[in-house]
Design a protein around this ligand. Structure first.
Ligand code: GRF
Length: 216
C-alpha cells in the first residue's frame, strides 16, 4: 500500500520531527516524510532533517507582507510534494483561516498538555502553578481556534511535588515522542474517524486503567 506522505512544519528543536523520522525509518511504518518546512533558517530540526537526506524548505515569514501569503507559499510547497497529512511539530506561527481550511482533517498538532486544559504557551509552568496532579500531551486535528480540534490520543504523566517547568516538560516530551508517531500510524492505516468533532479509533488497543497521583 502507498505510504501516507507527511509534511512536517517546525520552528525549532525538532525532537518530535526526529521521533517521526525514526518511525518512518522502519520499513513497515505506513507513512513517509516528503517535506520539512521551517519558518526559521537556524532551526535545529531543519539541520536534523537535511542531515537525514529529507527534502527541507525554509520559508521565512518575515519576507511575506502578510500571514495569508506566507501560508499560501507553504500550501503550494506541501501540495507540490503531494503531502496528505501536515504534522505541526513545534511550529510557532498562527495559521490563517485559508490554510486551516485547505488542510481540514489533514493537519494534526502535538501540544504539551491534556487539552482542553492549558491551551497556549508556558503550559507546563501553568499546570504546576495550578496544582494539577497530572499533565501530559495531546495529538489533535487542527481547527481555526488555537489548540482546539478533535483529539486523537493523549498520554498522561504525573506532576511530582518537586517538579519545575523543565522537569515536567522533559517527562511530557518523552511521551510526545511515543504518541505522535502512533497517531500518524493510526491515521495512515485508516483507523481514525472524525464524527461531530470527536474521533474514534478502530483497531486500537483498549484504554488504560484508572490513574491516581498520589497513589491511594
Ligand atoms: C513540543 O513540546 C510540542 O508539544 C510543542 O512544541 C514543542 C516542540 O518541541 N507544540 P520539538 O521542536 O518537537 O522538540
Amino acid at each position: 500500500m502507498a505510504k501516507l506522505k507527511l509534511g512536517v512544519l517546525i520552528s525549532g528543536r525538532g525532537s518530535n520531527l526526529q521521533a517521526l523520522m525514526e518511525a518512518c525509518a522502519e520499513a513497515t511504518y505506513p507513512a513517509e516524510i516528503v517535506l520539512v518546512i521551517s519558518n526559521k533558517a537556524d532551526a535545529v530540526g531543519i539541520e536534523r532533517a537535511a542531515a537525514a537526506g529529507l527534502p527541507t524548505l525554509v520559508i521565512d515569514h518575515r519576507k511575506y507582507p502578510n500571514r495569508a501569503e506566507f501560508d499560501a507559499e507553504m500550501t503550494a510547497a506541501l501540495d507540490a510534494a503531494g503531502v496528505g497529512l501536515v504534522c505541526l511539530a513545534g511550529f510557532m506561527r498562527l495559521l490563517s483561516e485559508e490554510f486551516v481550511s485547505h488542510w481540514h482533517d489533514r493537519m494534526i498538532n502535538i501540544h504539551p498538555s491534556l487539552l482542553p486544559a492549558f491551551k497556549g504557551l508556558n503550559v507546563q509552568a501553568r499546570a504546576i502553578e495550578a496544582g494539577a496532579r497530572f499533565s501530559g500531551c495531546t495529538v489533535h486535528y487542527v481547527r481555526h481556534e488555537m489548540d482546539v480540534g478533535p483529539i486523537i490520543v493523549q498520554a498522561v504523566v504525573p506532576i511530582h511535588a518537586d517538579d519545575d517547568a523543565d522537569s515536567l516538560a522533559a517527562r511530557i516530551l518523552a511521551q510526545e515522542h511515543v504518541i505522535y508517531p502512533a497517531a500518524v500510524k493510526w491515521i495512515a492505516e485508516g483507523w481514525v474517524r472524525i464524527e461531530d468533532e470527536r474521533t474514534s479509533i478502530d483497531g486500537s488497543t483498549p484504554p488504560m486503567g484508572i490513574l491516581s497521583n498520589p497513589s491511594p
